[in-house]
Design a protein around this ligand. Sequence first.
Ligand code: ATP
Length: 366
Amino acid sequence: MTTVALKDVTKMFQDGTVAVDTLNLDVNDGEFMVLLGPSGCGKSTVLRMVAGLEYPTSGAIMLDGELANGLQPRERKVAMVFQDFALYPHMTAGDNIAFPLRLAGVEPTPCGERVTDVASALGIGELLDRKPNQLSGGQRQRVAMGRAIVRRPGLFLMDEPLSNLDSGLRAELRAEISGLTRELGVTTIYVTHDQAEALTMADRVAIMRRGVLQDVGTPTQVYGRPATLYVAAFLGSPRMNLLEASVYVHLDRYVTLNLGEQSLYLPWDDLRSRAVAHYHGERIVVGMRAEALTPVAPDTPGDVLQGRIRYLEHHGHESLAFLDIGATSIVVDEMSGPVETGVSGQRGLRRFGQVMQRLAGRAGEA
Ligand code: ATP
């Protein structure tokens, strides 16, 4: 069993760069935690501190409830896979995988069995006699993973392990890695800047920006109810529509959301009106996912926003319509309503579905 707890962890490098700022994060036993964020946000530094390759400037790193700040890498039961995994070129795949076991003095027979087990779990059982230069990129990465897993670490740390592979292979290995770590029950911290990777693989995602943790939760939570405007704008493709609105609660029990030139009237029995009612008189930012909006005909009665289609974008599995609503532009998933491709002009837009909240701050602050 391995749990990780980071308590008020800060890392300041000698040149004054604060790579990680007062980070608090718990990783549960057997959990697959993804650290997600743009380049330079501090993800790798977090991983390196957990591995013992960097030491925190302040704060505590706890492994299984014990303070691990001063422990050497080899004293922590961790295995690490990097983006630029280096295999020993003169050794076969099997010998590469067996290497950490030999180093630890494991006898040949159990060592051989462990190597075969790991290799077959990774689908490279047939390739153990090949040298790295006789393997494809994906196969080499599987060998690197095998080498990390073979010692049965309590904690698996992976830093962008798939970023050098082509997109098809990445998707394939994504499923394999998360399947394998779950099968083995190994606690995993996985660093990536690729949100598709994060959302598909993670039990929970921790999103960082400039060294600061922005949000942590299951993929559904961080996607559907982002904690900050930054996360709302960062996660999802297309990005979440963010509209400024003023809230007015009317005494005869309905709520108006004033979106500049247009207003939405939410009846009191609509759950969304309750969600915003206590912001009466305030300006809020309303977040709407493209797929939560339903395109309808312009003359549809009821609560609709009017938009003018600027352009349509076809992605094969979906078509996105980019609309101007007054001075704001938003994106709508065309497939969520009647499919009318090649149409441009006025369109009604049925009011949004499930996603609506006050985000922490106003549009433009993030
Ligand atoms: P990437 O995805 O590009 O690897 P990252 O999110 O993993 O980025 P880190 O590598 O953790 O980011 O770097 C965080 C910040 O710390 C960056 O501004 C980086 O330039 C800085 N940094 C990293 N290592 C050092 C170092 N040894 N000395 C000074 N600054 C450093």
